[in-house]
Design a protein around this ligand. Structure first.
Ligand code: ADP
Ligand code: MG
Length: 251
């Protein structure tokens, strides 16, 4: 579905250039849940911006469904860490924002918004404003808003990192359910090794260094199986990812 071919990207910092990607290639199949993990500053967010069409490679190309990405596409949803909610709109209006902008019929609009608000467990707070919500609720509003537009690609940049441990686990389960139900192609950036192994059908470990490269690629076909988080395979996979990130030889 996604083909990143021989991409270059550099930022100008003062008088010098920082190469983040140099001849970088990556393929993503439809329905994959790809997780990117790597040290701070290695280029994870940059890759999401490239996929979202918000940044352009200086060399090489990025294609989605065979079509070159020239700018933001309607079917790509992008969720940032800071949720991107409008403080002056209540939950219902934040969720429905994208639909209102797209002028869908009132009947479809009401049904879609209502379904999504229920699904995300926001029914009781649908008239609240973002400032009245917990971090977990805000993140669910952001997710609801993205999903009402029925994207075929969901990009998320450390979406759960500001949340407390329990809320985070609950939202990880919710993300997993959504992915399983819809087989939505997903690219998620995280700092958490456990989150990577819980949510990634494939995990790419990116290296520190300018430019970065893929240090390890882990296939993780057991995600979504009940009890996976407590299994020895889960433990083995997290240990492996940790050893790559710490630069040790895996045992
Ligand atoms: P990550 O998300 O993995 O922490 P980023 O993709 O945000 O990393 O950044 C990769 C590198 O590019 C970092 O070294 C960062 O300093 C640099 N960088 C990111 N954005 C800019 C920018 N707008 N201008 C200059 N340098 C940038
Ligand atoms: Mg980042």
């Amino acid at each position: 579905m996604i083909e990143v071919s021989h991409c270059n990207l550099a930022y100008v910092q003062g008088a010098s250039q920082v190469k983040v990607y140099d001849d970088f290639s990556l393929k993503i199949e439809p329905g994959e849940s790809l997780v990117l993990i790597g040290p701070s500053g290695c280029g994870k967010s940059t890759l999401l911006y490239l996929l979202a069409g918000l940044l352009h490679p200086t060399g090489g190309e990025i294609k989605i469904w065979e079509e070159q990405v020239m700018g933001p596409r309607q079917k790509t949803a992008f969720i940032l860490q800071e949720y991107g909610l409008f403080p002056w709109l209540n939950v219902e209006r934040n969720v429905s924002l994208g639909l209102r902008v797209r002028h869908v019929s009132k009947r479809i609009y009401q049904r879609t918004v209502e379904e999504m608000i229920r699904k995300m467990g926001l029914w009781e707070v649908k008239h609240h404003f973002p400032s009245q919500l917990s971090g977990g609720q805000r993140q669910r509003v952001a997710l609801a808003r993205a999903l009402t537009l029925q994207p075929d690609l969901l990009l998320m940049d450390e979406p759960l990192s500001a949340l407390d441990a329990l809320t985070r686990e609950r939202l990880q389960k919710l993300l997993l359910e959504i992915w399983q139900e819809q087989k939505l192609t997903t690219v998620l950036v995280t700092h958490s090794i456990e989150e990577a192994v819980f949510l990634g059908s494939r995990i790419l470990v990116l290296a520190d260094g300018r430019p970065t490269h893929v240090m390890g690629e882990i296939l993780n076909p057991l995600i979504g199986q009940s009890g996976y988080r407590q299994s020895s395979e889960f433990f083995r996979k997290t240990s492996y990812v940790r050893s790559l990130l710490e630069g040790r030889k895996a045992e």
